[in-house]
Design a protein around this ligand. Structure first.
Ligand code: SF4
Length: 371
């Protein structure tokens, strides 16, 4: 029998700081053991295939060996959950071009080694600096008034409010942002419409839902559960998802209520909508998906690096042998790639999925080796 220990702990500090909305903070903890596997085995009586759309979920699943305790009929596949991995090569090339044209390029470390067509931000002959976030990039712009400074802004909805808030605080004129943000729901909609991954349900990304809530996922008539990132959170999410699938239900449930509410962080969403508007953009491994990205509104376009430097995001054909596109669409696993662990390693990555800490190939390489 499943041993389920549920604790509801209220943390006024989280509430008063408005970190995750205004609802009281609660914690649900599941005590794990062989009972969880038995419960899932009882619930799952046919082949089911579920997808998560978050690199942090893949890291938790791989690190804690969660696949090894699932019934054999239940398969978890990865989706387009790594922001660095889904950034198309044309946008990496544009960032490299900025550095070649004399800009100080500020970027998250994960993006540095992603191979572009001719070079990468690590290898380009230019001034490229790793920063923790946009605030440091603005500081660099203030310290270098005679140079142009561009921040390469990748990420899902989670990172957008901070970018928006910074741009509303009048950064210097020599500062701009190369906007490469992506929105999760349109990509999920595309995956469901294609049907190539044969999915029965989704684990929704806890970080994204902390900001955006989960009301916008209710339009999808498919089983979905918001899950957190501790192994107990992931397992609870999978159990709730399996129960929904087996009961023939299709709704959104929240297995991460200590952080996520249906409405999300409304203040953060307001900031995001004041500065950005949806745009049709390409994802690596996907075609252009309508309204799946963001662009700056006209009143902020002086900070748009793409416009400021007249950059064109070229459509680039993928590298021979790399199947990152299929991994990101949930139709292949990293170990299906002939280059995995041989030609392509974290030290010498061929594709972006082997570069980022949220990339499926990198995660599988790290934890398979450890095992
Ligand atoms: S192992 Fe390397 S080459 Fe193969 S899909 Fe992953 S990143 Fe691409």
């Amino acid at each position: 029998m499943l041993v389920l220990e549920v604790e509801i702990i209220r943390y006024p500090w989280f509430k008063s700081n408005g970190l995750y909305g205004t609802n009281a903070y609660s914690s649900i903890r599941m005590t794990l053991g062989s009972d969880i596997a038995q419960t899932l085995a009882r619930v799952v009586d046919r082949d089911i295939r579920v997808m998560h759309v978050c690199g942090t979920h893949e890291a938790a699943i791989a690190k804690y060996g969660i696949r090894s305790v699932l019934p054999p009929q239940m398969k978890i596949v990865m989706g387009p959950g790594c922001p660095v991995c889904i950034t198309p090569q044309g946008e990496i090339d544009a960032a490299v071009e900025l550095a070649e044209r004399g800009c100080i390029v500020c970027t998250y470390g994960d993006l540095l080694r992603v191979p572009g067509t001719r070079s990468s931000l690590e290898k380009v002959n230019g001034d490229v600096r790793i920063v923790q976030g946009i605030t440091k990039a603005v500081e660099i712009a203030r310290e270098n008034p005679d140079k142009e400074v561009a921040f390469i802004s990748v990420g899902f909805e989670t990172t957008v409010p901070t970018i928006a808030a910074t741009l509303m605080m009048n950064p210097p004129e020599n500062f701009s942002v190369l906007v490469s943000h992506r929105l999760v729901p349109p990509a999920m909609e595309w995956l469901m419409a294609q049907g190539e991954a044969s999915l029965d349900g989704f684990i929704l990304p806890g970080h994204v839902c902390a900001v955006m809530g989960y009301h916008e996922y209710e339009q999808f008539k498919v089983p979905q559960v918001v899950a957190g990132f501790e192994p107990e959170d992931v397992l609870l999410g999978l159990l709730m998802l399996a129960e929904q699938i087996e009961n023939g239900e299709a709704k959104v449930e929240n297995a991460y209520p200590r952080v996520v509410t249906r409405e999300g962080n409304v203040k953060a969403q307001r900031l995001m909508h004041e500065v950005f508007t949806p745009a049709d953009v390409e994802w690596r491994g996907f075609p252009v998906i309508p309204k799946s990205g963001l662009m700056l509104k006209p009143e902020f376009e002086q900070f748009d690096a793409q416009k400021k430097f007249d950059l064109v995001f070229e459509k680039v054909t993928k590298k021979a042998g790399c199947i990152c596109d299929q991994v990101l669409r949930g139709i292949a696993e990293p170990t299906d790639c002939k280059l995995f662990g041989k030609v392509c390693t974290p030290r010498v990555p061929v594709g972006p999925c082997m570069v980022s800490h949220e990339g499926a190939c990198r995660i599988w390489h790290q934890y398979n080796q450890r095992r």
